[in-house]
Design a protein around this ligand. Structure first.
Ligand code: CDP
Length: 218
């Protein structure tokens, strides 16, 4: 019997990994896990406990993460972006979260999005995608996702601030010693600068069918 199909979707912040991974999972009938939420939940817990994620070990909080934590509505705010990236650089935190991620896809496979899915969590994934886009395009998309007032007079300044934060977080994620952000050697890189979400999905589905179809998995 062939192994359950695992699709790794990695890439820098706000590249469109989540949108693609969710739609791929839906189209293929696979479970979907946004692994960034795990690190966000740990970062959130550190802030709530008044602990500085830059200097304080976060493994205790990582062990306490519950499904309710992952469903919180305050995980996608700038202070949690930073806290998540800081706790994600701690080896002990990553070691705790490895099993959660592997167990998730063990029985039925899945689509997982993150930074190290194709390199560390599922190096044996049948399909690995690395989704990227220019910092300017990513900042605009993230701002549109978060913006309350699209006609804000300081819109361009706000987008520039989002871009600076994304670039700083990518540098931290790519520069850390453990599980740095990088494309697996056998990943297919998709640059989404000039593509709509529909075009990215169509390209990803084509790749999945070519690759996993050849392995007899879909
Ligand atoms: O949505 P966005 O791309 O902005 O971030 P996310 O995927 O929710 O991830 C938040 C942070 O968690 C990242 O900046 C990484 O530091 C960390 N992360 C990680 O280290 N490994 C993963 N597999 C997923 C997220």
């Amino acid at each position: 019997m062939s192994r359950a199909l695992v699709i790794a979707v990695d890439g820098p912040a706000a590249a469109g990994k989540g949108t693609l991974a969710r739609r791929l999972a839906e189209a293929l009938g696979l479970p979907y896990l946004d692994t960034g939420l795990l690190y966000r939940a740990v970062g959130r817990r550190m802030l709530d406990a008044g602990l500085d994620p830059a200097t304080h070990p976060a493994d205790e909080q990582a062990r306490r993460v519950t499904p309710e934590d992952l469903a919180r509505g305050d995980l996608r705010v700038p202070e949690v972006d930073r806290a998540a990236s800081l706790v994600a650089a701690q080896q002990a935190v990553r070691a705790i979260l490895v099993d959660v991620q592997r167990d998730f896809a063990r029985a039925s496979g899945g689509v997982l999005d993150g930074r190290d899915i194709g390199t560390v969590i599922f190096p044996e994934a049948q399909v690995k995608l690395f989704i990227t886009a220019s910092p300017a395009a990513r900042a605009r998309r993230r701002w549109e996702q978060l913006a309350r007032d699209r006609n804000a007079p300081d819109r361009e300044a706000e987008i520039a601030r989002v871009e600076a934060e994304l670039v700083a977080r990518d540098a931290a994620d790519a520069g850390r010693a453990v599980a740095p952000l990088k494309a697996a050697e056998d990943a297919v890189v998709i640059d989404t600068d000039r593509l709509t979400a529909e075009q990215v999905l169509a390209e990803a589905l084509r790749l999945v069918r070519a690759r996993a179809g050849a392995l007899g998995t879909v």
